[in-house]
Design a protein around this ligand. Structure first.
Ligand code: CTP
Ligand code: MG
Length: 340
């Protein structure tokens, strides 16, 4: 049964692996891009600190967690102010508007405050470099999950290239847009971590099940995990699977193994929960819970909640297409990443 052979579906896995490694490599941001992102962060940070003395400013998202891909010219910045509660979106919205005015005055381009969004944000562009910046206010859960992802990244060198390929695939196939009912990059990262935690020989540990060395409370949520990456490096060394085998395993899982009716992916627990356990069994408002991915800290947050029946069918069709290409095609690379 080819589908269940742990070493992958084909004889030439080594050749495919070499091609995928090369592609993943070419997707890594260049030192110039990293420097541009860092410079943009520092410029924004000093503007914010001049306006709100004593405020803390954090870089989060892919540029901060080591999972950024090339030509992604976006950075995520969090302004941390005292005295604004986690769920006070009205207060956060007002700050977003004030940040917008500040950035406008500082000569930033395309300033767009979205104070009424689920997560209030102001978007703008650094004119010299074209770097797109999102500033959110007291988005401390995102800062905590950025650190969790960065720590997973540091434990095994296979996570970053796997994420790069999956993000590249998802962007190419137009299934990387939470606003349009598919999945965010952050969600794909959680799906990759889940895969690596659940290999027959695990590649990644379950950091939230180890004695915690990092603790932070954000509103009602407790963010706790083991962040002693130095002692966990090498955890996955007995798993010898290469990038091609892992990418195949990813698509095979989402095409043919994941139980969409019952399962909730949980990197917190290192496996799957049942939808009953979360009470994610029916549609409430716009939250449909047709594909369920639990946020590691904000446990009521299902990253797949925006998927509807039509987009779930699209996602499933794309996972199946990718798995089938990897199984059956002599040279699957071009078709796999072909623009939709
Ligand atoms: N985030 C979150 N909850 C979401 C979406 C995003 O907490 N539903 C936070 C995460 O900290 C994530 C960051 O916002 O790392 C940025 O999200 P996103 O752009 O989806 O992920 P990136 O890894 O930055 O992806 P890309 O490289 O495509 O920008
Ligand atoms: Mg991002």
């Amino acid at each position: 049964d080819r589908q269940h052979d742990g070493r992958g579906p084909r004889a030439d896995m080594e050749a495919l692996n070499a091609a995928l490694m090369q592609l993943a490599d070419s997707l890594m941001p260049t030192p110039e891009e990293r420097a541009t992102h860092q410079a943009a962060f520092e410029a924004v940070s000093s503007l914010l600190q001049a306006r709100w003395p004593g405020a803390r400013v954090h870089l989060f998202g892919s540029v901060a967690n080591g999972l950024s891909v090339r030509h992604n010219n976006d950075i995520d910045v969090c302004l941390e102010l005292e005295g604004i509660e986690l769920d006070d979106t009205a207060a956060k919205g007002e700050v977003a508007v004030a940040v917008g005015e500040l950035m406008e005055a500082a000569g930033m381009a395309d300033v767009l405050p979205l104070p009424k969004a689920r997560v209030p944000v102001v978007k703008f562009v650094v004119p010299k470099t074209g770097t797109k910046v999102d500033v959110t206010v007291n988005n401390m859960l995102a800062c905590a999950n950025t650190k969790l992802l960065a720590d997973y990244c540091a434990i095994d060198g296979r996570l970053a290239p796997l994420v790069a390929l999956v993000k590249h695939w998802a962007k190419s196939r137009a299934v990387n847009d939470a606003y349009r009912g598919t999945l965010s990059s952050y969600c794909y990262v959680l799906m990759c971590i889940h895969l690596l935690q659940t290999r027959p020989v695990p590649v990644l540990p379950v950091l939230q099940q180890l004695p915690p060395t990092f603790r932070r409370t954000v509103g009602q949520w407790t963010c706790e995990f083991c962040d002693d990456v130095a002692s966990l490096r090498g955890f996955g060394a007995t798993n010898r699977e290469n990038l091609a085998e892992l990418l195949w395993a990813f698509f095979e899982y989402w095409a043919w193994r994941h139980n969409y009716t019952h399962d909730v992916v949980s990197i917190r627990l290192g496996g799957c929960l049942h939808k009953d356990d979360k009470d994610w069994t029916r549609r409430i408002g716009n939250e449909r819970h047709l594909v369920c991915i639990e946020d590691p800290f904000e446990l009521s947050h299902d990253l797949g909640r925006t998927v509807d029946r039509q987009t779930r069918a699209v996602l499933h069709k794309e996972f199946t297409r990718a798995a089938t290409l990897l199984r059956d095609r002599m040279d699957p690379m071009d078709e796999l990443f072909q623009h939709y």
